[in-house]
Design a protein around this ligand. Structure first.
Ligand code: F6R
Length: 618
């Protein structure tokens, strides 16, 4: 949700800014803009609606001067349509010497705008952001002190914001403030950077600082100073980025999504690394903060997340409950927060988030912390707000995920959920240790099996391409197959923009079966037939019910399941596994299917319409 980059140093600023925006474009792609202070001392701005390429073309036509300080923005529109005028940076003051970029929403902008209008301020856009630019410029005109003016205004703003400014009279400093929206500093040698995330500057430096809540950064070539909104000095917490720029580049792949699907064996292997011993026993030293006594006294677990991450939570629920016998409830973070659930120190809240910056998830975990519940994050982004604010973190090691639609982060989250389930079960002694080790050993084999699924996905690709005229696709599953079905439907909706729904297979006859008509494609996640209490026969019955009404069935089934072929037009096989673990495998053909169908329709699979990655507003 809006990408922000700032730079001061000896390099060609425009190159740094455009390079950073290119890697942040997944956060928003409605419009983009940059402001630089040229070597001639003048502040210049270029901005353009549409993707970053439009801004680059604009700069080619109207070049910017050489400069060593600047800010850049890629927008996901909230207030005001995606137009040139509403694109950031916004200029402040009658002399337009101040340029400002913003990620988030200024909730009290109407009242602040009324104040400015009464004072005769002219507005050039419909955004909430522009009020901040004019207020800071006005405060600076009065005090002559830019830092003071900036601090006094950010203290007045309500809502979520990361704000960066540069001012023509101060070509040696970039100021930034952060409340409820992400901001990281990149530390260089004689140069420094700001970004919404480390992707903005990782090609230049791996040394980073995650800026805390309600803090202001004063960025100069040779120094980075961080203070609270009230002026207290902050000792920053430095970390080293554990991936390099090539991990966030597309390489030779047709899309980031295609690359990230192919990255999944590594994402799963890296998430398992150091956490499962060769005998299958689990070690999760990251959550040492939660004592064994505290784990033993847990009465309930709430998993909170949004979108695809919430399906990882649904899958984790089956595993955690089955193995540890702790009741688990999965809730969409935005629903959880505002129904004010009853929580206490015996309720563990597990928040799952790739970005660690999803506003809905953060609001839910802040509520949980206020109620005294321990919060455990499953997060993919080092230094993210969720990780900083949680009592313990299990990092997924999927590496940077650039495509808006989540793929490798999901399989890494599912993996982390299984690890957590095994760990809780072993501490509580709810399942015999030998049985847990057998499951652990099976989990260790998952990276190889994921690689096999990806290698054999050509037929799924062909199916996706052949079905590009489908008006609607339904997905069915039971047990862990149910959230997999919902994820398959979400991927298709967001990438191909066609109607898709995921249902619990058993629920169909309670209503949704009315949707089935001649030729309706239905993708069914079929459980393993090998378990004693297998749901396989029930799913086969569900398939028969829909086929009798004309459905065309594509089954995702385990290798060796010979029965299913008689009931499906197409069968996609995945390797055998412990049945609860199968979700890591069965979800992959659905990713490939959505990618190929959307590609056949000519959609932009990395940047689907209306979406942005990292949703930092509620
Ligand atoms: C869908 C997708 C989203 C995210 C959701 C949560 O493909 O990517 O549904 O899963 O917005 O994002 P994070 O995991 O960053 O909290």
């Amino acid at each position: 949700m809006c990408g922000i980059v700032g730079y001061i140093g000896p390099k060609a600023t425009l190159d740094v800014l455009i390079g950073g925006l290119r890697r942040l474009e997944y956060r928003g792609y409605d419009s983009a803009g940059v402001s630089v202070i040229g070597e001639d001392g003048r502040l210049e701005t270029r901005k353009k609606a549409g993707k970053l390429a439009n801004l680059v073309a604009e700069i080619e036509q109207h070049p910017l001067p050489a400069s060593h300080i600047g800010i850049g923005h890629t927008r996901w529109a909230t207030h005001g349509a995606a137009t040139d005028g509403n694109a950031h940076p916004h200029l402040g003051g009658g002399d337009s010497k101040l340029a400002l970029i913003h990620n988030g929403i200024i909730e009290n902008f109407a009242e602040l705008k009324a104040e400015l209008l009464a004072a005769g301020t002219q507005f050039a856009s419909e955004t909430d952001t522009e009020v901040a630019a004019h207020l800071i410029a006005a405060a600076y005109e009065k005090s002559g002190n830019l830092e003071q003016a900036f601090a006094s205004v950010v203290r007045r703003l309500h809502g979520a914001f990361t704000i960066l400014i540069v001012h023509q009279d101060h070509p040696d400093v970039v100021l930034a403030a952060r409340r409820n929206a992400p901001l990281v500093v990149g530390l260089g040698d004689g140069e420094n950077f700001l970004g919404s995330d480390v992707a903005a500057f990782v090609e230049h430096t791996k040394r980073a600082i995650s800026v805390g809540q309600d803090q202001i950064v004063t960025l100069r070539r040779g120094s980075v100073e961080i203070r609270t909104f009230d002026g207290a000095e902050v000792v920053p917490d430095e970390f080293t980025v554990d991936w390099d720029a090539s991990a966030a580049s597309r390489g030779g792949w047709s899309s980031f999504m295609a690359k990230e699907i192919a990255d999944q064996p590594t994402a799963v292997a890296d998430t398992l690394m150091g956490r499962l011993a060769s005998d299958g026993s689990v070690q999760l030293s990251e959550i040492d903060g939660l004592s064994h006594d505290a784990i033993k006294s847990l009465q309930r677990i709430y998993i909170v997340a949004c979108g695809t991450a919430s399906y990882a939570g649904d899958i984790a629920k089956y595993a955690i409950e089955k193995w540890s016998r702790i009741p688990v409830q999965v809730e969409l973070a935005h629903e959880f927060r505002y129904r004010e659930p009853v929580l206490n120190e015996h309720t563990l809240v597990v928040a799952i988030s790739q970005s660690g910056e999803t506003a809905d998830t953060l609001t839910a975990t802040r509520y949980a912390a206020e109620q005294g519940a321990p919060v455990l994050a499953i997060c993919n982004t080092q230094g993210a707000t969720l990780a900083r604010e949680s009592d313990a973190v299990i990092y997924t090691h999927a590496g940077p995920e650039v495509a808006v639609a989540s793929t490798k982060a999901l399989t890494a989250q599912i993996t982390a959920g299984y690890l957590l389930g095994l760990f809780l079960a072993s501490v509580r002694g709810a399942t015999p240790a030998a049985e847990l080790r057998t499951i652990g050993l099976d989990l260790l084999k998952m990276p190889g099996r994921v690689a096999e699924v990806i290698k054999s996905s050509k037929n799924v690709e062909a199916l996706g391409m052949a079905m590009s005229d489908a008006k609607s696709v339904l997905f069915l599953g039971r047990n862990v197959g149910f959230p997999v079905a919902m994820e398959g439907a979400l991927k298709l909706k967001e990438l191909a923009y066609i109607h898709a729904e995921g249902f619990a297979a058993g629920e169909l006859k309670h209503g949704p079966i009315a949707l089935i008509e001649e030729g309706q494609p239905v993708i069914v996640i079929v459980p393993s037939p090998r378990d004693a209490d297998s749901l396989h026969p029930k799913v086969i019955s569900n398939i028969q019910e829909i086929r009798a009404r004309g459905a065309k069935v594509i089954a995702i089934a385990e290798e060796g399941d010979t029965q299913v072929a008689a009931y499906a037009e197409h069968v996609v096989h995945v390797p055998q596994s412990v049945s609860v673990l199968a979700a890591i495998l069965t979800v992959i053909p659905l990713q490939v299917f959505a990618l190929s169908l959307a590609t056949a329709l000519g959609r932009d699979v990395d940047q689907p319409r209306n979406l942005a990655k990292s949703v930092t507003v509620e």
